[in-house]
Structure formats: structure tokens, C-alpha cells
Design a protein around this ligand. Structure first.
Ligand code: NCD
Ligand code: ZN
Length: 472
């Protein structure tokens, strides 16, 4: 018997929409049928006039636990996601301790047990944990994160040598490696020169990390991915310049995807004076022309998805006259959908395309498809129900995240997720968190649904050569 029927809505897919009722049985979608066809469900919910889309899949959140729980934890972070229409998140390894070995991955799994939405957990690829990578894969890491440049947590950025070995090892698993693509040595050099010259204001954050820092990193990582056959993902694309090495690598057949985040679409250097150190994020928000180019790339498919880099900090940690001493990043998992739906309302993107970049493409890239990323019979019932005309104002004090400071403060949005369903269960209803959803979230499995890996040049890999040396 059907558990829930959502009746009277419009179901939006990445390539079209239909007026239909959606039936949920257990954790999955059991039918999509003509309106009024199923009448014997345990619960019938009339969502007349509203739109149903697959829940958001955010590949880039920092939930801070273990270690920095004054900024966020797995409960507050996933509650923010539920309020934002996001049903799956992938969480980053720059916690304390970082997720650098199987032991720490298991610790993080214990922290994540209180999540109310589904999640993946990133393992770290750093200078000093290459030998831990097989154990991380074995323990169930869903993807890897490689901080090519320093950022919050100051994890040791891998040299190109360590990166290559990491890519060689991960390639065979088919798991994707997400790159914080900024080159450490260029930034460290420039920042030191700026600090010595006493240049401490917010705009010098861009001066320390100009777009060449990101362009060089994307191009270099793409070459290593091409050589090893490792799948890679460029996080938080911030500049027009990165789009060329990204598009060229795709043309060469490299399995590379890219994401951008709302701040790179909606903020630029003109906002630094108004926002001060609050705007500090890595990579930095740049020029209007960069936002425009990224918009075009998001619409044309060069940039595959929208993520948030949800990076909460306290107001005290975000506010500092010396830009180098203000923490980088801000919360985003709760505000991404309303901010993007506002652009849909303005006609800058179709709702179908939004479904593609917020859910379908991330599901495909990270091995969650076909269970997630689409509204179809047999898929998980992960759903955001949208009121496309609902107006709201972003206010940090109302965010469910513990990080109560955002550069989008005061922004009016049009369109909001009014219900969020995760595997058949309401976690948010009528803009209110549901009771007793703590612990409903589950770690996703990527490896089983991943397309086959295509490792290359393994005869020249360090592992092969070291094994041959040991055998002789
Ligand atoms: C992130 C954080 O605070 O963890 N900060 C940021 O500025 N983006 C780290 C990151 O994703 O680079
Ligand atoms: Zn990053």
C-alpha cells in the first residue's frame, strides 16, 4: 500500500515537467501517475500549485565535527540542509582531527549518525597521508578532497609528487577527487610580500590569490587526472580563467566536473567595502565579468553543478580589521536554493536546468545515480516541494546553522522549499523542521553505483614499481 501521495503538483525533471501525482512507499518513489489516480494512500497531501524537484545534492559542506563544534555540528548542519531543500550532502575532511585515515573516517561516521539528511564523507588526500588512502577507501570514503592550497584548518597541501601518487592509488577505485584548486606556493609567496608591506585590507585577499592561482591549479590537476585516469572535480570555481582549462580537459576526454557556489555568481569586488572581512572566502569573490562568465558556463554545461562550500564560522571569527586574521567562508546550504530560485523567477535559468545542476549532475558525478538525482519510480523519495512565489529575506539570526553570519544578509528571495522529504520521510514541513528526524540520515554508497574506473599508466605507478622492487 502507498504510504504518502503528493497530489496536484507539477513534477519537474531535468528535461521537462508533468502534472502528476507522486506516490511514496517506504523509502522510494512507487508511482508517478495521472492526477487523482491513487486514492488509497495512508496519507494524501495536496501540493496543488507547487513544484516537486529532486532534493538538492550539495557536494561541498563543512560540518566541523569533530573538533570545531562551536561553528557547526552534524545535527545543526543537516538541519540547515533540510530547511534548504537539500537531501544529500558530502562533508569535507578539514575537521579536527582531519579525516586522514580509516580511524578518523570511522570517528566521523559516528558523529554523522545524528544527521537528518543523507550524506557522503570525504577522505583527505594530503602530503602526509598517502599510505592511508587504501584504508580510507576500504572504510567507505565516498570521495576524496585535495587541498592544493592552504585554507581553514591549514592541512598540508600535497606537492605535485604526492598528488600524483594519490591520484594513481585512487584512480582504480573510481572515486572522484574534489580539488580545492589554488596553488599553495603562489599564494604563500604573495601573501608574505603583502603582509610585509602592511597591506591588510579586504581587497588584498584577492591580491594574494589572483585568478592565475586557480587557473594554474586546475590545469595541473587536469593533467594528472588525464595521466592517471582518476576522476576529478573542481570545487568552487571563482574565475573566468579557470573555465578554459576545465573545458579543454573535458574536450580531451578527462573525467572532470566543476562546481560553482552562489557567492561567485552574486557577489564581486564591489561588495568588499560594504561587507568587509565577512566576504573573505577561499577562493575569493572576484569581478563582475567572472560572475557573468561562470553564469554562462553553468547554463552551457561547462560548469556542471551548484554547491555551497557551506563553511560556518562565528561572527567574532569572521570580523577582523586585518583581513589575514578573519576566518574564510560562510554558511550556504540553507540559502542556496532560495537564492537560485530567485534567478529562476527572473528568467535567468529554467527550473529544469536548475534540477540538472543542483541534483542530477552531482548524483551522476559522484555515483549516486540512479537512486538519487531524479524523481522516478524506484529512486529514493528525496524531494523538495517548492513554492515558486514565496518571498523571504535572508537573515543570519534565522539560519539553522550555528554560523550566524552571511554576506547575503537582507537579501530578498523569491521561491523556497516548503517541504523536504528524505527517503520517504518529511524532515521539513511548511518551513518548520520536523520532530524526531535526528538520525534519519544515512551514509550513501557510491562505489556500487559508480561507472567502471579507467586507470591509466599503472605500469609506471609508484605502487607497481615499489611492489616489483619488493618482489625482486
Ligand atoms: C572553507 C572552510 O572554512 O572550511 N573555507 C573557505 O573559505 N572556503 C575551506 C575551503 O573549502 O576551502
Ligand atoms: Zn575549498
Amino acid at each position: 500500500m502507498t504510504d504518502i501521495i503528493l497530489t496536484g503538483g507539477t513534477i519537474v525533471h531535468e528535461n521537462g515537467r508533468e502534472r502528476a501525482d507522486l506516490a511514496i512507499t517506504g523509502e522510494a518513489i512507487s508511482a508517478i501517475v495521472a492526477p487523482g489516480t491513487i486514492t488509497d494512500a495512508k496519507e494524501t497531501i495536496d501540493v496543488g500549485g507547487q513544484h516537486l524537484i529532486p532534493g538538492g545534492i550539495d557536494m561541498h559542506v563543512h560540518f566541523r565535527e569533530p573538533g570545531y563544534t562551536h561553528k557547526e555540528d552534524w545535527q545543526t548542519g543537516t538541519e540547515a540542509a533540510a530547511m534548504g531543500g537539500v537531501t544529500t550532502v558530502f562533508e569535507m575532511p578539514n575537521t579536527n582531527p582531519p579525516t586522514r585515515s580509516a580511524t578518523e573516517l570511522r570517528d566521523k561516521q559516528r558523529c554523522a549518525a545524528k544527521a537528518c539528511v543523507d550524506y557522503g564523507i570525504y577522505g583527505l588526500l594530503a602530503e602526509d597521508n598517502i599510505d592511508e588512502i587504501p584504508g580510507l577507501i576500504e572504510a567507505g570514503a565516498n570521495a576524496f578532497k585535495c587541498f592544493m592550497g592552504n585554507t581553514f584548518g591549514n592541512l598540508p597541501s600535497p606537492s605535485t609528487g604526492a598528488m600524483l601518487e594519490g591520484f594513481e592509488i585512487i584512480a582504480g577505485s573510481g572515486l572522484r577527487i574534489s580539488l580545492h584548486a589554488e596553488t599553495a606556493s603562489i599564494m604563500a609567496w604573495r601573501q608574505e610580500r603583502l603582509v610585509k608591506a602592511g597591506l591588510n585590507d579586504p581587497l588584498h585577499h584577492i591580491a594574494a590569490r589572483p585568478e592565475i592561482v586557480a587557473i594554474e591549479a586546475v590545469a595541473r590537476a587536469a593533467i594528472l587526472a588525464e595521466w592517471t585516469g582518476a576522476r576529478v572535480h573542481v570545487l568552487h570555481i571563482s574565475s573566468a580563467g579557470e573555465l578554459r582549462p576545465l573545458a579543454e580537459a573535458k574536450q580531451r576526454g578527462v573525467d572532470i566536473t566543476g562546481e560553482t557556489c552562489p557567492c561567485y555568481l552574486f557577489l564581486n569586488s564591489g561588495d568588499y567595502e560594504r561587507l568587509g572581512s565577512v566576504i573573505r572566502v577561499n577562493p575569493p569573490v572576484r569581478e563582475e565579468k567572472d560572475s557573468q562568465a561562470i553564469w554562462e558556463a553553468l547554463n552551457s554545461g561547462v560548469v556542471d553543478m551548484i554547491a555551497t562550500d557551506h563553511a560556518p564560522h562565528t561572527p567574532e571569527e569572521k570580523t577582523n580589521d586585518v583581513i589575514w586574521d578573519a576566518d574564510c567562508g560562510f554558511p550556504g546550504v540553507e540559502t542556496q536554493m532560495p537564492l537560485m530560485l530567485t534567478q529562476v523567477a527572473k528568467g535567468r535559468m529554467s527550473l529544469e536546468h536548475y534540477v540538472k545542476i543542483s541534483s542530477a549532475n552531482p548524483a551522476r558525478a559522484f555515483g549516486l545515480w540512479p537512486m538519487k538525482g531524479r524523481l522516478a519510480v524506484g529512486a529514493h523519495a528525496d524531494i523538495a516541494v517548492l513554492d515558486m512565489s514565496r518571498e523571504e529575506t535572508v537573515q543570519a539570526k534565522n539560519l539553522h546553522s550555528r554560523g550566524k553570519i552571511t554576506p547575503f544578509e537582507g537579501q530578498t528571495t523569491i521561491g523556497a522549499p516548503v517541504h523536504t522529504v528524505v527517503r520517504g520521510r518529511f524532515v521539513q514541513r511548511d518551513r518548520t523542521l520536523c520532530a524526531d528526524v535526528k538520525g534519519h540520515g544515512r551514509q550513501v554508497t557510491s562505489i556500487q553505483t559508480m561507472p567502471k574506473a579507467d586507470p591509466r599508466n599503472q605500469d609506471q605507478s609508484l605502487a607497481t614499481i615499489l611492489a616489483a622492487g619488493a618482489a625482486s
